[in-house]
Design a protein around this ligand. Structure first.
Ligand code: HEM
Length: 476
């Protein structure tokens, strides 16, 4: 771990210590002290301020009240954490002390009981079954698909062509995830599934906007929920058809080198396979978690590069030197440090997942503050990634801050776009390899000259550009 000077200088850490290890104390052992926080309205708490602009709200909590802040989302008592060591401790305690927050009815309709939404023993079983499908040696085989799809896209780009960057990157990452999930089984290249997913994405954003709908009862059927259910039915039918086709195929012909094949072949320690419903849930989750996140990362990366000629020059120099005009391959991931740093820095400034929540399942304490059972714990990648205590000149795009010998020393969990602890993103390696290889394959031949853009994100399930990023393709 690289240690930030501030952490070693100041006695920041006030958790209980046992044999040198940080530990959460039970509330009765904790030295009680009031936790600061903003006043809220009766019943609503701070819901309105949060709903208006959650990113500014979290940054204000940090700046005005400190490292551990109490606030209320409607009736629910919440604690917001912004210090990396607190965040690490929280994420490490998820599954023991804290449980993932149930994020409502809508996501459940799409993802079912997949690894992303399940808890306890059920989660452990599913994580053990799904994780091996994206282990590094399999990512190596998916990397060929990532590069093939990128090279095919590059073949369609022309100098002077105008693009909506996010739409282009989403089409690409969708094609990649569909191919890695289902091989070539989808006749229309996943078009129907893609359309249904676009509807789901839009209606999920409506459901989550402002936080107010999270309190809608599950039986309520406003128009957006009806549209969402219709689109989920399309996804279900399509994936069910694919699973049935695989299952009825001759075992000798059954493909196992894609994610669906690996999910169907997976066995838990008792030798049990996932049921068809469980395979459906995991496949949809890998798809949903696995393409919009990466396409958003790539969109922000192109925008940041367009504004940073120096970073771009270093990128093309590295790509020309290492690849010499040939398409990248999995092995090049390690050979392209600057390309990786560009992606890493884009993930710092614009983390697609901008918040992580967990609920205290039992009484606990954090930094001397009692945490009552039922408290919702929040930490935000946005707020911590832009904290000047951990990142000098935090709003600046500076991939060089990640250079091996750079003076910036970044503490663990000051950069956590993929979360942490046991529930850390299962596809982190997949995503990093994908973003790096896609960028390498495209940027070695083209530069995207972005139109002026304010870089302001819109907050939904992910942090997307609030207005489209449009660009002109420039051949190198
Ligand atoms: C830039 C791209 C990505 C970002 C920023 C991202 C971020 C995250 C975050 C923040 C979490 C929650 C971690 C936590 O609660 O501590 C997560 C979980 C997860 N991600 Fe990703 N992710 C990305 C790409 C992917 C990809 C490509 C896949 C699949 C191929 C994937 C699959 C998952 C799954 C299945 C989980 C749930 C893990 C669990 O609860 O055990 N993600 N991701």
């Amino acid at each position: 771990m690289r240690t930030h000077p501030d952490i070693t200088r100041k006695p920041y850490f006030m958790f209980g210590r046992e044999s040198g290890k940080m530990s959460l104390m039970v509330a009765s052992e904790a030295p009680a002290r009031p936790v600061p926080g903003p006043r809220g309205l009766p019943l609503l708490g701070n819901l309105l301020a949060f709903g208006r602009d959650p990113l500014a709200f979290f940054s204000r909590l940090r700046d005005d009240y400190g490292d551990v802040v109490t606030w209320r989302l409607g009736p629910r008592r919440s604690l917001f954490l912004s210090r990396p060591d607190h965040i690490a401790e929280l994420l490490a305690a998820v599954e023991q002390t804290y449980e993932p927050l149930e994020i409502g009815w809508a996501l459940k309709q799409l993802l079912g009981d997949s690894v992303l939404l399940s808890k306890g023993a059920d989660w452990r079983r599913k994580r053990a079954l799904v994780q091996p499908t994206v282990r590094p040696r399999h990512v190596r085989t998916y990397a060929a698909t990532m590069v093939d799809c990128s090279t095919a896209l590059a073949g369609t780009w022309r100098d002077g062509q105008r693009l909506d960057v996010r739409r282009e990157m989403t089409r690409l990452t969708q094609r990649i995830v569909v191919r890695t999930l289902f091989g070539n089984d989808l006749e229309d290249d996943g078009g129907r599934l893609g359309d249904a997913m676009a509807v789901i994405q839009r209606e999920l954003a409506t459901e989550l906007r402002g936080g107010v709908n999270l309190f809608l009862p599950s039986w309520a059927r406003p128009p957006w929920r009806r549209r969402l259910l219709a689109a989920v039915a399309v996804v279900d039918a399509e994936i069910r058809r694919l699973i049935d086709a695989r299952r009825s195929a001759d075992p000798a012909d059954a493909r196992q080198d894609d994610l669906l094949g690996r999910l169907l072949a997976a066995r838990d320690e008792d030798g049990r396979a996932l049921t068809a419903r469980e395979v459906r849930d995991e496949a949809v989750t890998l798809w949903a978690a696995g393409h919009e996140t990466t396409s958003t990362t790539l969109t922000w990366t192109w925008l940041l590069l367009a504004r940073s000629p120096d970073a771009r020059a270093r990128l093309t120099e590295e790509l020309d030197r290492v690849l010499g005009g040939r398409p990248p391959a999995y092995e090049d991931y390690e050979r392209l440090p600057w390309t990786r740093q560009v992606v890493k820095e884009a993930l710092r400034l614009y983390p697609p997942a901008w918040v992580i929540t967990a609920v205290a399942g039992k009484e606990a304490a954090l930094d001397g503050a009692p945490v009552r059972a039922g408290t919702v714990m929040w930490c935000s990648q946005w707020a911590t990634h832009r904290d000047p205590r951990w990142f000098r000149d935090p709003a600046a795009f500076r991939p060089e801050r990640w250079d091996a010998g750079a003076p910036d020393v970044v503490p663990d969990h000051a950069w956590f776009p993929f979360g942490g602890g046991q529930r850390t993103c299962l596809g982190a390696r997949f995503a990093l390899v994908e973003a790096t290889l896609v960028l390498a394959a495209l940027a070695q031949r083209f530069h995207l000259e972005a139109d002026p853009h304010d870089g302001v994100p819109a907050v939904g399930l992910l942090l997307l550009p609030a207005v489209p990023v449009r660009a002109t393709v420039r051949a190198r």
